[in-house]
Design a binder for this molecule. Sequence first.
Ligand code: ATP
Length: 496
Amino acid sequence: MAQNKEKNTVENNLFQHIISHAKEYGFVFPSSEIYEGLQGVYDYGQNGVELKNNLKMLWWKAMTQLNEDVVGIDAAIFMHPTTWKASGHVDSFNDPMIDNKDSKKRYRADVLIEEKAEEYAKAGNPEKKQALLDTLARLLEKEDLAGVQQLIIDENITCPLSGTKNWTEVRQFNLMFATQMGSVADESATIYLRPETAQGIFVNFLNVQKTSGRQIPFGIAQIGKAFRNEIVARQFIFRMREFEQMEMQFFVRPNTEMEWYEYWKEKRMKFHKAIGLPEEKLRWHIHEKLAHYANAAVDIEYEFPFGFKEMEGIHSRTDFDLKSHQEYSKNKQIYYDDEIKDRYIPYVVETSVGADRLFLAVLCNAYTETTGIDAKGEEKTRIFLKLHPAIAPYQVAIFPLLRKQGLPEKAREVFEMLRFDFRTLYEERGAIGKNYTRQDLIGTPFCITIDHQTLEDNTVTLRHRDTTEQQRIDINALHATIAPHTSWSNLLAKMK
Ligand code: ATP
């Protein structure tokens, strides 16, 4: 028990360090921070946006360029309100919530109970944990909210803030953000900020199929913002109210969906390993209880500092969505399969990953602290981001040793030579050691220093981030030395 507590504290500290690091080095800022922020909303800074864009572009290439059968779209955030009736979000995209009357804090009722179950497991009583989770599942299945409230009372669950058991009843809370469209209140209709990007793909299925001439099986990929009014937005960018999804719907012939489901499971796992997430920090979580639209579902979980949590979902969604859109829109969503001379509503296998969760996993994995003895014999901690060189915000940083004697001019020459092929940064202020440290902190894999010897023999110092090793190298050899590490082609080849 004591050991567990210690482990949790170390992991929480680590997560706090990562959050502070993300802010201090321009990766992620709390939204509108000068007004004390907005809960569950974050902004990406100058380095964060580069890393996130790289991840998004890599996903896009992996899905569309590596798969001849997948094309992309970019649908609007606003959609006809009936879309969300058809998808089931208006009626059932709910979480059960409960308020503590003393602290006025709102909680997800199911999460309070899950946390209690976790306490039983940590105290060495896994059977009690399972029994509690089973009871919760049964009550939720029956939508017995009074029963959920009673369970909270029976389990003696107290509010972490007030310490009391003064709870309200449990109510369902719809997670969609609603707004009005149109300038005149009477004429305006309630519309929603999309809670997932998938529906933009479903409603465009026939548009894409007809205009691209694609035959089934084929897929449509999309990256875009999604919005969920999460009851408790927490764990930094893990659970936000505004976030970004990267989704792909693969349309297949009925009864072939399980083959494709297996195919996409493997493909997606390869992606995560290729960008450098280690095998032991990735695992499958098979869903026992399936959503109303699915006949198979699995998550790829990553071990964040706060435990293994969902990063990506892969679902076999049957023909639920297209069928439902056909019913609500009265527009046929039928495909004529020339090969088997038959008509049907296609089945769908979906892969859905949060760009922000992927970003967080990559950041957590890259954050490295090492302790060593410095030149003065003192113990020193070195922090660096061990990002894959292909996705780091900058790949190369160039410094002249001095701001005079022709060194800046020479350094600029090298900069001009490399900047078109690598994300390159030029910096002539500051001491070299400090500059190296700064680049370590934002994950730049290669630093180049131009000194007096450069002017004589055309060689520079190339410093490697992970080992801190420095090598003397001819300027003309720089490109060929760096390129294999930063190459997207090499990375994409590993995902095939
Ligand atoms: P969770 O169970 O964590 O709420 P979910 O099962 O509702 O997630 P999906 O609806 O399957 O998530 O969405 C697909 C992906 O979108 C998730 O795997 C996750 O990466 C991302 N995602 C979902 N909700 C959020 C959120 N509030 N903030 C950031 N990313 C999210």
